[in-house]
Design a protein around this ligand. Structure first.
Ligand code: PMP
Length: 423
């Protein structure tokens, strides 16, 4: 029950009047604050400036001159570092360019043009291709599907991962369902970490399509906000265990570890899938940027090096998450007009407002100088069926701006809720 239920119309109008006054005051400040995307802030980027400290020689451990062509799979020492991080074998992983999203896109394009292996039909030859889209989810996954004409099926996200009953039921019957998008750790935007049971069921489920693929986007694999992070079951091992060894495509990147525009994208899968995909990539490029791979490997050296570095990120961004939570708690908790996540990692706070109000909140915020992620963006086709979900990205703005922006958002929530009730 929220604070406005049971109030008389006169009381509600008084609340509305107050919210309007607060809102108009903020509007008069002519602010320009942006919280639309989960970008690292400059202080976080500064943590990795040391990447370029050691560039006297660009020859790797095996004597490869990284300035030259070659090495489609990536440098052996870089593959080893990330294989250790993901707990897979070196031959089950390759290093790409700077963007994991780019590898996801290319893998879809390869599936459309050539099929997922030598024997499978290219998806472009099929009448229909569908993907399961746990939602709210990552808007750029959905944007790729839209571009490729893939029909998206909305799957509700729950506290332990996507609704597995629904997924199992669908994939068993429909051969045109070729894949699913998963952000299994600190999911964008809900912050959910998939439980072992969910991982096992995804690995084990019976699919009508033999060429079904899980796009396992582990973008926030080491992006912890607590000292005692939850663990995620290794899906490549689970797929092998359940006799579907080629089912999963795993992605990670250093975009939010080192530089978002100049990091490393990484792809892991079964050796069979890796060999096939490398055979196709080798037609596309003579090799990736090995200099960047070398510098990253020298900078981190070991998985512990990566984990230590991530603690420095947490020290910068955790206070921003705490501030957002504190303001929302103070301004909204007793009113009971919104719910939000308290994530243990990742880049987002997931905010749900009263049904039918998310779009209005985002619009009101915009008119008061605060840009949020577009309402609906976290759902396929940009349509949130209940119009409740808002993604809060606290990392980029300086703390003072963030404080102002979130206070404005809370007023917008009050105003949108009251306007809706009094309509
Ligand atoms: N996947 C998810 C879930 C993300 O949130 C992001 C960044 N916002 C990306 C992928 C982008 O990764 P990259 O920079 O490696 O392309």
């Amino acid at each position: 029950m929220n604070v406005y239920q049971g109030a008389t119309e006169e009381e509600l109008r008084r609340f509305q009047q107050k919210a309007n006054e607060k809102y108009e005051k903020y509007q008069a400040e002519n602010l320009n604050l942006n919280m639309a995307r989960g970008k690292p802030c400059p202080e976080q980027l500064d943590l990795s400036n040391g990447l370029y400290n050691d560039i006297k020689t660009l020859i790797d451990e095996n004597g490869t001159d990284c300035r030259n062509y070659g090495g489609v799979e990536g440098l052996p020492e870089t593959r080893k570092l990330f294989a250790d991080l993901l707990n897979v074998k070196v031959e089950e992983l390759i290093i790409g360019g700077n963007s994991s999203l780019n590898i996801m896109y290319d893998n879809l394009a390869r599936a459309f043009n050539h099929g997922v292996d030598e024997k499978s039909t290219p998806w472009s030859k099929l009448e229909k291709v569908k993907f399961l889209c746990p939602s709210p989810g990552y808007d750029r996954h959905f944007a790729i599907c839209e571009l490729f004409g893939i029909e998206m099926i909305n799957i509700p996200m729950q506290n332990n991962g996507p609704d597995m009953d629904r997924i199992e039921e669908l994939v068993k019957e429909d051969e045109s369902i070729k894949g699913i998008w998963c952000v299994p750790k600190y999911s964008n935007p809900t912050g959910v970490v998939y439980t072992d049971e969910v991982v096992n069921r995804l690995a084990a489920m019976e699919t009508k399509a033999n060429d079904f693929r899980i796009f396992w986007d582990n973008a926030y694999i080491v992006h912890h906000l607590t000292d005692n992070p939850p663990r995620l079951k290794n899906i490549l091992h689970a797929c092998r265990e359940y006799k579907n060894p080629d089912r999963v495509y795993i992605y990670v990147s250093t975009s939010k570890i080192t530089f978002a525009g100049a990091g490393l994208g990484v792809f892991a899968s079964s050796k069979k899938n890796i060999d096939y995909i490398v055979s196709l990539i080798s037609k596309q490029t003579i090799g990736p940027n090995k200099i960047n791979q070398l510098l990253h490997t020298r900078f981190f050296k070991t998985v512990d090096g990566i984990l230590e570095h991530m603690k420095k990120h947490a020290a910068i961004i955790k206070p921003k998450f705490d501030l957002v939570l504190e303001i929302m708690e103070k301004e909204l908790a007793d009113k009971n007009i919104a719910r939000w996540s308290n994530p243990k990692g990742g880049y987002f706070i997931n905010l749900d407002v009263m049904e039918g109000c998310a779009g209005r909140v985002v619009q009101l915020a915009k008119e008061a100088g605060v840009t949020l992620t577009k309402a609906g963006a976290t759902y396929p086709y940009g349509k949130d069926p209940a119009d409740t979900n808002i993604r809060i990205a606290p990392t980029l703005p300086p703390i003072k701006e963030l404080e102002k922006a979130i206070n404005i958002v809370t007023v917008c929530i009050e105003k949108a809720t009251l306007d809706k009730i009094l309509k």
